[in-house]
Each structure stands twice: as structure tokens, then as C-alpha cells.
Design a protein around this ligand. Structure first.
Ligand code: CA
Length: 302
């Protein structure tokens, strides 16, 4: 039987992450955290493009202007993929040089949310921040270990977040106008035998799709009932994140990693680090919002 997934390009990341569908240009972006690479793939032409940022990268977001906002080890940058130009927008945590950016996303109002974590494995050193539309910057959560899995549900006014070692998805009340979150309640817990929750996306029915690091799958959950609804298995253990894309937003793209695998494990999982797509899975995601970045530009670049 044919596997239910296809490979995207003949490419392996050390730590593939942050898949992001560009609805305007019909392209898929994803990053390689360890190599500091931004990858861009066109399903229509089959062309794969890489830009190297020369430092660890945690997340990217697409801006209204057409540039990319990249969360790197040394802070937030604005990247022009066509020229490779990078402009430093701000330093996130100058008092925590051991930290780096981790998962981040643009919310439905156009704000960029970005989590941090210790790059040396210390627990509780990370936070979750928001880069507001006017260029100001605010802290949403503190005391996090590995900030991951951002998703917003405008219908139910919820924001979902994962601090990976807790194995939980926490639902917060969310105000799209102000970006305020409150009243966090765990709604899903991943069983120990199924790895730990990493990246996450949401479908138009308000159900959550979660990547299982060391769990070899993506699972779909109803956050209202805390019930698992579906699982999609992959031939690799370290599944990092997922997002919807394609002409009808019903293809599920999934990133994976090969970092930390032994030679024997890589022999058994030759596709580790590849990006996969499950086509036409019967549910749709939301086309992503673009970052309203007009106020980000610092005077330094002129
Ligand atoms: Ca992640």
C-alpha cells in the first residue's frame, strides 16, 4: 500500500521546524533551527530555496510588506529573501545570553508571538513575548522551559500553548483586539509513551493538530472534550510541527528532525529530518495572517 504522505523536496534538516504556508505566493516555508536556515519550497515549480542566517533560528513569520520576520538567537530580524538582506529589529533578552528563540507565529490580528528557551537545557528560563503591531513589545508568559505550539481560535476566543516538558496543551482566554491572554487551563495531556508535544496548528473546526517529538506522529484533539480524534503516523520519531497549506488549505505539512539520533537510528529512519505532506485530509486550516510590521524598522538600517 502506498504511504498516505509524500516527501517535500529531497532535503533533510537537522531540526526541521516552523512550517508556514504562504497563501499569497503558494509556497511553503520551514526552518532548520540548528543550521539557521530558512527553506522555501514551491509545490508548483518544485523549486527549493535556502537562506542561511548564520545563527540558530526559532521561528519565522511573513510580513505584509513581503519580508520575513525571523526570530534568531540574537533577537528579531527582518529578512528580505530576494536579496538576503537582514535588519536587526530588536534584542529580545539581553540579560539572558544563554537563551534562544523557539517557536513563534503571527496571531490573527497581525502580532508576532515568540517564545524563548535556554539553549543549555535549563528549565524555567523561557518566556513568551508579543511584538505588537505598533512595534512595542510585551511579555505574556514567564517560567517556561520549551515554549512551543501556538494556535488561536477566534470563534471560541482561545489561545493554545505548549510548554513541551509539561506534556500539556494549555488553553487561555484570548482577546484578539488587545492580545491579552488569561485563565490558562490544561486541556490535553500527551501520554508518556507517545512522546512530548511540540509544534501545533488548528483546523477550521477548532480542533488541534499536535506534532509528537519522540512519538512519530501528529494527533488531532478536541480541546473542548480533551479527546484524541485521529492520528497520522510518520516513519520517523522526531516529529516537530505541522501546518495546513495548499490551494484549499486541506494539505497538512509536517516537519521532522534527525538531531540526536544515533547512526543506527538514522539507518532505521532514513527520512528523519524530511518535510512531509498529507494531502487532502478532509479538514482545512486557516490561511495565515501576515505580520503588520510597518513600525518595526529601526533607524539603524538607514
Ligand atoms: Ca518546536
Amino acid at each position: 500500500m502506498m504511504p498516505p504522505f509524500e516527501l517535500i523536496a529531497d532535503h533533510r534538516c537537522l531540526c526541521g521546524e516552523g512550517p508556514l504556508w504562504d497563501n499569497r505566493n503558494k509556497q511553503l516555508y520551514w526552518i532548520d533551527i540548528v543550521r539557521g536556515a530558512i527553506n522555501c519550497y514551491s509545490p508548483e515549480t518544485g523549486q527549493l530555496q535556502h537562506v542561511n542566517t548564520d545563527q540558530k533560528i526559532g521561528a519565522i513569520g511573513l510580513a505584509e510588506s513581503g519580508t520575513i520576520i525571523a526570530a534568531l538567537k540574537s533577537g528579531i530580524f527582518q529578512v528580505d529573501l530576494s536579496t538576503g538582506t537582514m535588519v536587526h529589529v530588536l534584542e529580545l533578552e539581553p540579560d539572558k545570553p544563554q537563551n534562544r528563540c523557539n517557536d513563534g507565529k503571527c496571531d490573527p490580528a497581525g502580532r508576532f508571538w515568540i517564545g524563548t528557551m535556554s539553549d543549555e537545557g535549563e528549565t524555567g528560563q523561557g518566556s513568551l513575548y508579543t511584538l505588537e503591531k505598533d512595534g512595542t513589545f510585551s511579555k505574556k508568559l514567564g517560567g517556561l522551559s520549551i515554549s512551543n505550539g501556538l494556535a488561536w481560535d477566534l470563534g471560541n476566543k482561545k489561545f493554545y500553548h505548549i510548554d513541551t516538558p509539561t506534556r500539556q496543551i494549555v488553553a487561555y482566554d484570548y482577546c484578539n483586539e488587545s492580545g491579552r491572554i488569561s485563565n490558562g487551563i490544561p486541556v490535553v495531556e500527551i501520554a508518556e509513551a507517545e512522546g512530548v508535544p511540540d509544534g501545533m496548528t488548528i483546523d477550521t473546526a477548532g480542533k488541534l493538530w499536535v506534532a509528537h517529538w519522540n512519538g512519530g506522529r501528529v494527533s488531532r484533539w478536541d480541546p473542548g472534550t480533551s479527546k484524541k480524534l485521529q492520528e497520522l503516523f510518520l516513519p520517523v520519531s522526531k516529529v516537530t510541527s505541522c501546518t495546513f497549506g495548499g490551494d484549499h488549505m486541506d494539505d497538512l505539512y509536517v516537519t521532522t528532525a534527525r538531531i540526536g539520533l544515533s547512526e543506527e537510528e538514522i539507518g532505521n529512519q532514513p527520512l528523519a529530518g524530511a518535510t512531509f505532506v498529507f494531502r487532502k485530509i478532509g479538514v482545512q486550516g486557516f490561511p495565515g495572517t501576515r505580520i503588520k510590521n510597518d513600525h518595526y524598522i529601526t533607524p539603524y538600517e538607514i
